[in-house]
Write a protein that binds this ligand. Structure first.
Ligand SMILES: C[S@@+](CC[C@H](N)C(=O)[O-])C[C@H]1O[C@@H](n2cnc3c(N)ncnc32)[C@H](O)[C@@H]1O
Ligand SMILES: [Zn+2]
Length: 355
């Protein structure tokens, strides 16, 4: 019936353009409806609309060499060697399954099917595959998906499927997943989805996520806060490297970004209220906001934002400042009214929303 190997066989894939059924054959997927053909080199379906786009901390040829080394020396040894040379902390970070502990906030059962959209190195995908029935790890960067493929085969995982694709044009049928994860991804989506405004690209991605969710399914969205207190203090925005850029009106941010980095400002983050509005507009309901502390990337606390008594308790009893600035913040936030508004200025948001 097919020549694609077992990797993408368990998962129903559709044409990312017209959502038509795909015929599988000889390393190729062809759309019954629009006739477009998609490749699946090495058994990994490549369903990107713009395969030439590359995003990443490391140049593409460096990533190609890493993948080759993973095949040669084993993924773990290769990864360790790779990060020890470049960014030693990142090795632990990439393997730290506790980064997915937020899943306990989402009321889904073990039988669930999950999409980790923009999965990166697959840290969350591997953690979730240890708990839930089926996980699909999707990323637009081919090398990352190949890394996940090598690692999951070496670990003998049967319930983790790597797919190369774009969040704005997901290659899955309607109502397919119980949970879709966007962890540190929405702000980068406009970089991959060119030709439209950043806000339109992000809205398109959210609507695609809604489409592939079952009725009653969940979105987990983790992202930096546009109004994080540190942005007002002039700390660099982690995406663009620019100071104060998130606080400016977008047109001004764009002029500033062009002047300083010679390119548009597209890495949009949003405030608490903007997120609420965006999710509602995309069709989600019931958005519950949490403050992952210190960051969503690696958190030790997850504070429900609505509950000011919990924020107060945290500030009084659990927050241990490590420097004068933190001490000042905590003191200020502890004051009668500030702890009530502190929630709008937290570093990041973790949001659980429902279809
Ligand atoms: C900051 S990393 C986060 C990785 C992972 N979610 C994690 O938390 O470890 C962002 C990832 O999103 C991917 N990405 C960005 N825009 C995308 C898009 N439109 N479609 C698919 N993947 C995308 C990037 O390739 C990158 O791997
Ligand atoms: Zn098609």
């Amino acid at each position: 019936m097919n020549d694609l190997g077992t990797e993408c066989m368990g998962v129903d894939l559709v044409c990312p353009v017209c959502k038509g059924t795909l015929d599988r054959g000889e390393g190729l997927l062809s759309c019954q409806k629009c006739g477009k053909e998609w490749r699946a080199p090495g058994g990994i379906a490549d369903l990107r609309l713009s395969p030439a786009r590359y995003w990443g901390e490391y140049p593409e040829d460096v990533m190609d060499r890493l993948v080759a080394r993973c095949r040669e020396a084993g993924w773990n040894a290769a990864l360790k060697e790779f990060f020890l040379e470049r960014d030693p902390q990142y090795y632990d970070y990439t393997l730290d399954k506790r980064r997915a502990d937020w899943h306990l906030l989402v009321p889904i059962g073990r039988e669930s099917r999950i999409l980790d959209a923009g999965c990166g190195w697959g840290t969350l995908s591997f953690a979730l595959a240890g708990v839930y029935r089926e996980v699909v790890a999707l990323d637009a960067v081919r090398q990352r998906v190949e890394f996940i493929d090598i690692r999951s085969k070496s670990e003998g995982l049967k319930n983790l499927t790597p797919v190369c694709g774009q969040v704005g044009s997901l290659p899955f049928p309607d109502g397919y997943f119980d949970l879709v994860v966007l962890n540190g991804v929405l702000e980068w989506v406009p970089m991959m989805e060119e030709g439209v405004s950043p806000a339109t690209a992000q809205m398109g991605a959210l609507k695609e996520v809604l489409r592939v969710l079952k009725k009653g399914g969940y979105l987990y969205l983790a992202i930096e806060n546009r109004w994080a207190a540190i942005n007002f203090l002039g700390f660099k925005d982690t995406h663009s490297g620019l100071r104060f850029v998130t606080l400016m009106p977008r047109f001004l941010a764009n002029i500033y970004s062009r002047a300083v980095r010679g390119k548009d400002f597209r890495e949009y983050t949003w405030t608490y209220w903007e997120h609420r509005r965006m999710l509602r507009k995309a069709g989600f309901s019931d958005a519950r906001f949490y403050a992952p502390l210190p960051t969503y990337r690696r958190f030790y606390y997850m504070l429900p934002i609505k509950d000011s008594s919990k924020i107060k308790f945290f500030l009084r009893s659990m927050a241990f400042p490590r420097n004068d600035m933190q001490r000042f913040f905590i003191l200020a936030a502890n004051s009668f009214f500030l702890y009530k508004i502190a929630r709008y200025f937290v570093p990041d948001f973790s949001i659980v929303a429902r279809r």
